[in-house]
Design a protein around this ligand. Structure first.
Ligand code: AMP
Ligand code: MN
Ligand code: MN
Ligand code: MN
Length: 282
């Protein structure tokens, strides 16, 4: 198959199986109205939407790539790892994902408890669970709950006041070490990519250390284009990838049509060697 151009592939997006708002089918239907020909669904810590999305992608002639965005730990920091092109039937996934469901559920109970203790609101757990539905529960579901209760006026305000870094609802969890997450993806035949490297509030010196550790553990590369990355930072990320001779990836990190700053298939234009979609389409 032809290698898709910038804007014709999107390797990072979410459905309502994690913290997105569209079902996997609705997401693919929306993609089918864009220029995107190759897509990966990368829900947080779950493969639950892949089968449904693939069926719909096949119907529309869109090449579908299995994906996931794994929450992991690197030296006490929370890092997101995008896994792509793995075999989702690998039996390694089952216990790993079960563990993550438990981690997220227990963390959600603690988030509710902490916020209720502070008198923010009552009944938060049930409301957040309602928004999560059958899928993985996360902080955005608490943001929706706070919004519904009129405690905040926007998701952003919910993160700024209650859920973001350093706030009461930013409850720590024992996420798997990044080496473990990389091993899981590699053993299932996939590629492992550092998600949105500039979103961790790390210096580039730290980022280079992280990449070096990840590459030693078998990771394949990093995202260099996603909403919010500045041209200067993108330049640095591409330089980092060139020096490490690793792969680069790109995606919209789409969650919802309500978020006006993201759209499927949209991320800043870039020019780089070794774009991972080439390998995934080969
Ligand atoms: P969790 O994985 O449960 O810790 O939630 C993290 C998710 O929250 C991210 O994947 C984003 O979708 C969302 N998020 C993080 N920070 C913000 C923010 N400041 N405003 C809105 N959504 C956010
Ligand atoms: Mn998210
Ligand atoms: Mn992420
Ligand atoms: Mn994401």
């Amino acid at each position: 198959m032809m290698i898709p151009a910038i804007g014709q592939f999107d390797l990072h997006m979410h459905s309502n199986v994690s913290d997105g708002t569209l079902s996997p089918t609705e997401l693919v239907q929306r993609i089918s109205k864009t220029d995107v020909k190759v897509m990966a669904l990368t829900d947080h810590d779950t493969l639950g939407g892949l089968a449904e999305a693939k069926v719909e992608a096949d119907r529309h002639g869109i090449q579908f790539i299995n994906g996931v965005e794994l929450t992991c730990d690197w030296r006490g920091r929370v890092i997101h790892l995008v896994g792509l092109g793995f075999d989702s039937s690998s039996d390694k996934f089952e216990s790993y994902m079960d563990h993550l469901i438990q981690l997220r559920y227990q963390r959600a109970e603690k988030i509710a408890e902490r916020l209720e203790k502070r008198g923010v609101a009552r009944g938060l757990f049930d409301l957040a669970k309602k928004y999560a539905g059958e899928g993985q529960i996360g902080r955005p579901h608490f943001a929706q709950a706070l919004l519904e209760l009129g405690k905040v006026e926007s998701m952003q305000e919910a993160f700024d006041k209650y859920l973001g870094q350093g706030c009461a609802g930013d409850v720590k969890a024992e996420w798997p070490a990044i080496e473990q997450s990389i091993a899981l993806i590699k053993e299932a035949g996939g590629v492992a990519i550092l998600a949105h490297p500039t979103k961790y509030k790390m210096t580039f010196t730290k980022l280079r250390e992280l990449m070096s550790d990840m590459l030693s553990a078998g990771a394949d590369g990093l995202e260099v284009s996603y909403p919010g990355v500045t041209p200067g930072h993108q330049h640095e990320l591409i330089k980092l990838a060139d020096r490490a001779n690793c792969w680069v990836s790109a995606g919209s990190d789409f969650h919802s049509p309500d978020q006006r700053w993201t759209a499927l298939g949209r991320y800043p234009h870039f020019d780089a060697q070794r774009v991972i979609v080439e390998q995934l389409c080969a």
